[in-house]
Design a protein around this ligand. Sequence first.
Ligand code: DAH
Length: 349
Amino acid sequence: MATDEPGADWRTELDQVQARWQAAVAAGADVAALRTLEVDALGKKGEITALVRRTGALPPDDRRAFGAAVGALRGVVEGWLAERADDLQAAVLQAELDDSTFDVGRPAAAGRVGHVHPLSQVQAEVEDVFRSMGFHVLDYPEVDSDFSNFESLNIPSWHPAREMQDTFWLDDGNLLRTHTSAGQVRAMHAFEAPFRAVFPGKVFRYEATDASHEHTFHQIEGLMIDRVVSVGHLLDSMRTLLRAILRDAAVEVRLRPGYFPFVEPGFELDIRCRVCGGGGCSVCKQRGWLELLPCGLVHPNVLRAGGLDPDHWQGWAFGLGLSRLVMMRFGVPDVRLLLAGDVRFLAQF
Ligand code: DAH
């Protein structure tokens, strides 16, 4: 029915377009079909886009109303498309949930999971053993002073023992600690005697590397200060440690004299070779024993440097080669593997 109202014709046309798109969107069967509809309606060459373009050609009286009506039409169709897409997605999800073979509780595919480094594993075990015997676990700096690393340990600047440990010196006169023993006097100043502590960490030596030497490796230092301590205490603690770490209640140890300026007497503690049982093999170089852990009774000069009176206090100390222990525990043939960061190696532990 024609009327005199301006724009009556295009109003009817827009109503029809809207009705057609309403039906088309409602019939859109899946996400791909909706996408096609969207292009056909709202894309560059879409039907509604073409209507928008027509605005400019209309008589000025109609232009405004037409523009608003087409804009509204566009919004309505966009809304239907979005709503229909949501409904379809929900339907897909519901169908999956209704499917009796769909298991919501099934674990997702496993990602790649890392794990604790073998050095850290053994370090944590050693720490646990000592914590259970009342030791503190301490963390001391890797950059330390000449005093901590040498002087306080009864190794003055002229002492030939310095040559046993080629040192990375820093420009400011400090150094990368060559051994965890550098923590001994720090601990004596930090705690009131009596006390017991272990301090694990990285140590550094400026030396050529081979299968059993690396410029960076790990040690754990142990220190016990009390009124009366004996080699018997020391030995028993070392046995307790080795039994736990090597999981062998019958581990056999022996002490040999060993020289370190900061202990008197000083020892090398050996364990019976675990490969040959003591008969002699290539691992123990036919000796039947493996050198594992240097130790001794703290030298009076070291106690003095730590502010302790050697007439009242005594101590024992050990410097365990953690890298070495890890190699023995897991049968690692080359120390350099431990810090090389090769995942093919690390994934085995
Ligand atoms: N600090 C020595 C080193 O790295 C090892 C050592 C020997 C530590 C005897 C000690 C000890 O505590 O008593 O070669």
